[in-house]
Design a protein around this ligand. Structure first.
Ligand SMILES: NC(=O)c1ccc[n+]([C@@H]2O[C@H](COP(=O)([O-])OP(=O)(O)OC[C@H]3O[C@@H](n4cnc5c(N)ncnc54)[C@H](O)[C@@H]3O)[C@@H](O)[C@H]2O)c1
Length: 217
């Protein structure tokens, strides 16, 4: 597990260890190509191989397009899209050589609906880029038996969406959702395992929509 925030990282590592899982944490900034390379090198040195990567870290952006600056755009693209490029680039070096591996990139329902209720066009653009990058990499890496797919979650209860939450907006959002509730982080585990395991061995360049029916097309 890698995160820029040591405190959160250590809490998550400890939580998984308490459940009896083997887990290691490394402090890493997903915008720093050198740190990413060192993390991947460390994994391969310790474990001899790299089977799967989930590119999950990211930020939201609530700034409206007409109030936005190019710095706002660069920030969200850097954190949400360039970072996925960098992590895929470093992971693919190893996976292509070993002729196996699976990469799962976390996109968003925002990429499907233009930003919807909770976010904006800048965030939507970054996540649309994640879906397109996933498809392109999926084509280029499939001949090496490296599977690249993505997940587009809908509204999930995490610190990203619970911080500064307006209770009225929250109620009105969930009433519009077919299940009348938001998702829990655990509800993304099954789809991720599908894409990381042999259960998803014929899935290439797919985007799994895991949104409780909030967006169907
Ligand atoms: N929560 C939702 O409703 C929702 C919906 C759709 C997509 N997503 C996507 O799911 C992913 C996870 O989101 P979340 O809701 O858990 O957000 P979160 O803010 O709760 O967690 C994001 C994590 O990314 C880490 N991070 C931020 N910048 C980093 C950096 N430079 N380097 C390394 N780590 C960094 C943070 O420390 C944090 O632990 C994101 O890509 C997000 O866009 C979330």
């Amino acid at each position: 597990m890698a995160d820029i925030n040591d405190e959160k990282l250590n809490e998550s590592v400890e939580e998984l260890r308490r459940e009896g899982l083997l887990c290691e944490g490394v402090k890493m900034d997903i915008t720093d190509a050198q740190q990413i390379k060192e993390t991947i090198r460390g994994i391969v040195e310790t474990h001899g191989r790299l089977d799967g990567v989930v590119n999950n870290a990211g930020i939201t952006s609530k700034v409206k397009f007409l109030e936005s600056s190019s710095a706002d755009f660069d920030k969200v693209i850097n954190l949400n899209l360039r970072s996925v490029y960098l992590c895929c680039r470093a992971a693919a070096e190893v996976m292509v050589k070993q002729r196996s591996g699976a990469i799962v990139n976390i996109a968003s329902v925002a990429a499907r609906n233009g930003g919807g209720l909770m976010s904006t066009s800048l965030y939507a653009a970054s996540k649309g880029g994640v879906i397109s990058l996933t498809k392109g990499l999926a084509r280029e890496l499939a001949p090496y038996n490296v599977h690249v797919n993505s997940i587009a979650p809908g509204s999930i209860d995490t610190p990203m969406t619970t911080a500064d939450r307006d209770p009225q907006e929250y109620q009105s959002t969930i009433q519009k959702m077919p299940l009348h509730r938001r998702g829990q982080p655990e509800e993304l585990v099954g789809p991720a395992i599908l894409l990381l395991s042999d259960a998803g061995s014929f899935m290439v360049g797919a985007t799994l929509d895991v949104n409780g029916g909030s967006y169907m097309y």
